[in-house]
Write a protein that binds this ligand. Structure first.
Ligand SMILES: NC(=O)c1ccc[n+]([C@@H]2O[C@H](COP(=O)([O-])OP(=O)(O)OC[C@H]3O[C@@H](n4cnc5c(N)ncnc54)[C@H](O)[C@@H]3O)[C@@H](O)[C@H]2O)c1
Ligand SMILES: O=c1ccn([C@@H]2O[C@H](COP(=O)(O)OP(=O)(O)O[C@H]3O[C@H](CO)[C@H](O)[C@H](O)[C@H]3O)[C@@H](O)[C@H]2O)c(=O)[nH]1
Length: 363
């Protein structure tokens, strides 16, 4: 039987590639559209790669038609909060402009189903540090969050007037790596806590710091809700199936665990799992970092059936550490991926219906 094709923009990136694997395991054919600006060709293992930019409306339209695509998962974006402060135009251009072009390509192709990558950054600071529900006021404090909020608003407006069925998934802190060790987190410019701490342990960076120990939190460091990337990926499939099944109702869901961990708690777990001590001097706060961001995830649980299976801190750190140990974070992933064994901490091979992945097929 022919598998339903799903267009995955940004499928060569960290979260997009895990979503491609989850789609393949669920019986879909993920078709990646990616310009490889921050992604890795070697991560495109479960379906074809269409090398291109989401701003290219004709490329989007033709890809949707050629593959008879049933829905789009839209991950392609620029997503470094600090960079959005120094280069706001890039964020409006790539994230908002790119989404407008994608929507136009979808309209021309008659493809109506959209799963959109949003972020907890649309909320800004949590009022009183309470868990954030989907109804928490959206007051982004950085350009990245503002551009994502604008995308959400455009998508909702178009959906109210034209044929578009969207679901917006607001992730909290994506982390961890594929438990089978096939893919993981690799960016040329890395800003995230867990990969940077591991790069510091491995000696690849020498400027690791804890950004602020004077927050109003129990140990003074900032608290985040860490959600395993494979749980996020699975939630995308659940959201997609809800869309394809024609469900109406809520358009936005938080994807987090509801539990918060401080930077120091995360670093402690990294030391325990890796067996390495980690010099982590306290530095200044990073501009725009709120003290505490934790999800109220109950709508996703109730309406999507979202049930994180890998998002306890130990599993997050174990899978990430296994990936980092085997795929040198400063090496070329294409050349080292073949050497990455199944995760030796959580050895749990999966049978994928995509046995014999199509590697780096370009159209
Ligand atoms: N990483 C997180 O913690 C997090 C949290 C919340 C939301 N998000 C969102 O999730 C999505 C994926 O993030 P990620 O961490 O996997 O980032 P990533 O940089 O690893 O992946 C982004 C992918 O999009 C591609 N891309 C970027 N611009 C493109 C364009 N114009 N045309 C085609 N391809 C393009 C890149 O090459 C890359 O493969 C983003 O939309 C991001 O805003 C991420
Ligand atoms: O070298 C580092 C890196 C990070 N941190 C701290 O660790 C925590 C987590 O930082 P990350 O950079 O890993 O994640 P953020 O919470 O800043 O960012 C996440 O939330 C953002 C919204 O606020 C965006 O959605 C972004 O894509 C997503 O990764 C923060 O308190 C940060 O200050 C450090 O102390 N040292």
């Amino acid at each position: 039987m022919t598998r339903k094709a799903i267009l995955v923009t940004g499928g060569a990136g960290y979260i997009g590639s895990h979503a491609c694997k989850a789609l393949s395991l669920a019986g879909y054919l993920p078709v990646t559209l990616d310009d490889l600006s921050t992604g890795n060709e070697a991560f495109v293992r479960w379906g074809p790669l269409v090398l291109g930019d989401i701003h290219d409306v004709e490329r989007v339209r033709a890809t949707l038609v050629e593959h008879d695509v049933a829905a789009v998962m839209h991950f392609a974006a620029s997503s470094i909060v600090g960079e959005s402060a120094t280069n706001p135009l890039l964020y409006f251009h790539n994230n908002l402009g790119g989404t407008l072009a994608l929507l136009e390509g979808m309209r021309q192709a008659g493809c109506d189903n959209l799963v959109f990558s949003s972020t907890c950054a649309v909320y800004g600071d949590a009022p009183g540090g309470r868990p954030m529900s989907e109804d928490t006021p959206r007051n982004p404090v950085n350009t990245y969050g503002r551009a994502k909020l604008m995308c959400e608003e455009v998508i909702a407006e178009v959906a109210s007037k034209q044929s578009l069925n969207p679901v917006m998934l607001r992730y909290f802190n994506a982390c961890g790596a594929d438990p089978d060790g096939e893919i993981g987190e690799f960016r040329q410019t890395e800003t995230h806590l867990i990969p940077r701490a591991m790069m510091a342990i491995q000696g690849h960076i020498d400027d690791f710091q804890v950004f602020g120990e004077d927050f109003d939190t129990p140990d003074g460091t900032a608290i985040r809700d860490y959600i395993h990337v494979s749980d996020l990926a699975r939630a995308h499939v659940q959201a997609l199936e809800r869309l394809i099944g024609g469900a109406k109702g809520r358009q936005a869901f938080n994807l987090g665990t509801g539990d918060g961990y401080s930077v120091r708690e995360v670093l402690q777990t990294i030391s325990e799992v890796s067996g390495h001590s980690l010099p982590a001097p306290a530095g200044a706060r990073r501009p725009g970092d709120p003290p505490r961001l934790v999800a109220d995830p109950h709508h996703a649980r109730q309406e999507l059936g979202f049930a994180p299976a890998h998002s306890d801190l130990q599993t997050i750190v174990s899978t990430a550490w296994s990936w980092h140990r085997h795929a040198h974070p400063r090496g070329a992933p294409a050349s080292c991926l073949s050497a990455v064994p199944a995760n030796d901490v959580l050895s749990k091979p999966t049978a994928s219906p995509a046995a014999g992945p199509v590697l780096g097929v370009r159209s």
